[in-house]
Design a protein. Structure first.
Length: 171
């Protein structure tokens, strides 16, 4: 927003005082967060950490697919009922894959691919409380990860709802 200041003695001339431009990186970060919220139809704000690994977000106008390009070069193609990893499926790509699953609120998933990818993705999914059908991990490891998730969620503080006054209502 630009402010207009009048010059003394000259009523018809104005000087534009430019506000300092916000940090471009911060603006791009906020834009990527807004795109994610819109694409996944989320009714809550995402923390800035949600897009730390995301370099670019592309989506079609109809909303049929979403393509997340990561800084590592890997890409995640989310078509609504399937999420595909393109490129190298490193730890960052698997972590973002599981974040996409969480945003979709899927309770269980089927992981396909080579054995190493299936095992790594299953570990991350189970560690975040998402069940994996036809899991390649041993039963003991699955139970250990489920128990670890339960312990973490019991210790985490519950989200407190904002009071009505914060959204414009008087109490």
């Amino acid at each position: 927003m630009k402010r207009v200041a009048r010059v003394e003695g000259v009523a018809s001339r104005t000087i534009r005082v430019a506000e300092p431009e916000p940090d471009l990186r911060l603006r791009r970060e906020r834009f990527r967060l807004v795109l994610l919220r819109q694409a996944y139809r989320l009714d809550y704000w995402l923390p800035p950490e949600a897009i730390v690994n995301v370099r670019r977000i592309d989506r079609d106008k109809a909303g049929a697919w979403l393509l997340l390009t990561l800084w590592s070069g890997a890409q995640l193609l989310d078509t609504g009922d399937r999420i595909t990893v393109r490129g190298k499926a490193d730890d960052v790509a698997i972590s973002e894959l599981v974040s996409c699953v969480q945003r979709r609120s899927w309770a269980s998933v089927v992981v396909t691919g080579d054995d190493e990818f299936r095992a790594n993705a299953s570990r991350e999914l189970l560690a975040r409380g998402i069940e994996v059908e036809d899991c390649p991990l041993s039963w003991d490891e699955q139970e250990r990860l489920r128990e670890q998730f339960r312990a973490e969620t019991e210790m985490a503080p519950a989200r407190v709802a904002e009071p009505q006054a914060a959204i414009g209502f008087r109490i």
